[in-house]
Design a protein around this ligand. Sequence first.
Ligand code: MG
Length: 116
Amino acid sequence: MRRALVVDDSASNRELLRTILEHAGWTVEEAGNGLAAVEMATARPPELMLLDIQMPGMDGYETLRALRGQAALAATPIYAITAYAMEGDVERGLAAGFTGYLTKPLTRRQLLAALS
Ligand SMILES: [Mg+2]
């Protein structure tokens, strides 16, 4: 079964994303901060990651850099999730190495469309 790693400091956001992905057939693991996400993804690379930008400690960009620096995670689809998409943010996210950029609140339809 395909494994996704959902990274968000908000438990309710993780739960929402988990529910959508599980209904779409994914096995979902969760991390509540960037450091845990890097440790988990390094130990067992997932097929997909959803990564919150606004997190205390390592933010999404810092976490992405740590992930992309590893050969096993260089091509993994990693989507940025953010509540504050400003003009230029999407371009900045893609330039940083995100696969795509998704804005909260995320609907089931938006998420599945982005992943298809
Ligand atoms: Mg957050």
